[in-house]
Structure formats: C-alpha cells, structure tokens
Design a protein around this ligand. Structure first.
Ligand SMILES: Nc1ncnc2c1ncn2[C@@H]1O[C@H](COP(=O)(O)OP(=O)(O)O)[C@@H](O)[C@H]1O
Ligand SMILES: [Mg+2]
Length: 218
C-alpha cells in the first residue's frame, strides 16, 4: 500500500542540520499493524508526518498504491488526508465544548461527505460511547476522549489509521483498553501504524519498526 524509498528528513537550523531520518526504505501492506518504537526525540512523529503527507522528505520517495506522492500538489495531499487517513493523537485534539456527536461529525469538515445519525451512532457503539452522544467532549475521562478520537478517526473508513503515542496521556487501565480496541480493529482488517515508546504495544504488531540514530530497523 505504501512504499518508502531511501527517505531522509533533515531540518536546517542555526547550529547546522538536524538529520532526523536517514535512508529509510520500508513498505506497509494492506492489513498491517506496524508498531514504530524508539525513545522520545528519535523521529517517530517526523516519520508519521511524512506518511500523512503533512511534510515532505528531504530526499527519497513515498509511494501510495504505486503513485509517487512527491508529484502531488498540496491540494491533492490535503484531499488525501481528509478522505483517506484517520489520525489519533496523544493530546486528543477534540473540540472540548462541542458534543461527542459534533466531534465525530467534524471529521467530515474538509470533505463533501456527510455522516447520517445512524452512522455516528454505529461508530460510537464500536468504541462504547453510545450513551455519551450528547455530552460535551470536555466532560469525558481521558480514556473516553481517546475512544472518541478513535471513533472520529474511523468515520470515513480510512485506508490507514495513524496513531501518535495514543496512550501517552492515559493510565494503565485505559491504555490496556485502547490497545485492545486497536487490536480488534486490526483483526477486522484495518491497516494501522502506531508510534509509541511503550513496549506494551509490541505484542500486537505484525510489523515492528525501531528507530535509532535516524535508521529504521524492521
Ligand atoms: N520542524 C522541525 N524543525 C526542526 N527540528 C525538528 C522539526 N520537527 C522535528 N524536529 C526534531 O527532530 C527530532 C525528532 O523529533 P520527533 O519526530 O518529534 O521525535 P519523536 O516523535 O520520536 O519523539 C527532534 O530532535 C526534533 O527536535
Ligand atoms: Mg512524537
């Protein structure tokens, strides 16, 4: 589904270049659960931003279904992000004063798609939040907020689910619940990549990537 060919990402800075990724060549197949691990600052988020077409490599190519995304204009990248990627973040990035339902619907903001009431309800059933549909997001617990993020991310049946430290702000019980939820989605065929420094995710990966000193080992 995705191929990275000799991808590098260097950031220019006053004290010289920061060389975050070097010569990364990997693929993601449909149905994979990739766990991307490594210590804080090793470049996990940088790699996810490249996969999400939010950033461009300094050199190398990223192909989506055989198509070189380096040739895509920014508008096409934005369309692709809006329609084909589901994102889950450590900081949730919810609209705190809007309802659970409104937060799921917000997923369609930059697309021409619309979610019916039944679709929203079905998504909330999948994450166990059906009883909270009219609650403002700020009144949910951390674990519930992350479940809402998962519902939002799944709304448009993403080709790829991208999770950046999805349990970084959660306690053990909620982390276990979120891991279980993503394991179930993987079992149902959802393709996903999870960046984390938490080793508890490793057993559920079918692809394990480790980043250190800019190099990715599979
Ligand atoms: N836009 C940027 N400009 C300069 N340096 C950056 C930028 N983005 C990330 N970095 C640097 O790249 C390194 C890796 O960051 P990041 O990918 O966020 O690591 P991780 O997600 O593994 O904690 C860090 O040293 C960070 O400061
Ligand atoms: Mg990060």
């Amino acid at each position: 589904m995705i191929e990275l060919e000799q991808v590098a990402r260097h950031f220019p800075g006053a004290g010289g270049e920061t060389r975050v990724l070097e010569n990364v060549t990997v693929t993601i197949e449909r149905g994979d659960c990739v766990v991307l691990s490594g210590p804080s600052g090793c470049g996990k988020s940088t790699l996810l931003h490249l996969l999400a077409l939010q950033d461009r490599p300094s050199s190398g190519r990223i192909l989506w279904e055989g198509d070189d995304t380096g040739r895509w204009q920014e508008a096409r990248c934005a369309d692709f992000r809006a329609s084909s990627l589901g994102m889950i973040f450590q900081q949730f990035h919810l609209l705190p004063h809007r309802t659970v339902e409104a937060n799921v619907r917000f997923r369609c903001r930059y697309t021409s798609q619309h979610l019916g009431k039944q679709e929203v309800e079905a998504l909330l059933v999948r994450v166990g939040l059906q009883d909270r549909i009219a609650h403002p997001a700020r009144l949910l617990s951390g674990g519930e907020q992350q479940r809402l993020c998962i519902a939002r991310a799944l709304a448009l049946q993403p080709k790829l689910l991208i999770a950046d430290e999805p349990t970084g702000n959660l306690d053990d019980a909620n982390s276990t619940m979120i891991r279980g939820m993503l394991a179930e989605l993987h079992a149902q065929g959802q393709t996903m990549i999870i960046a984390t420094h938490d080793g508890a995710w490793k057993p559920q990966a079918n692809r394990l990537w480790t980043l250190s000193a800019g190099c990715l080992r599979e």
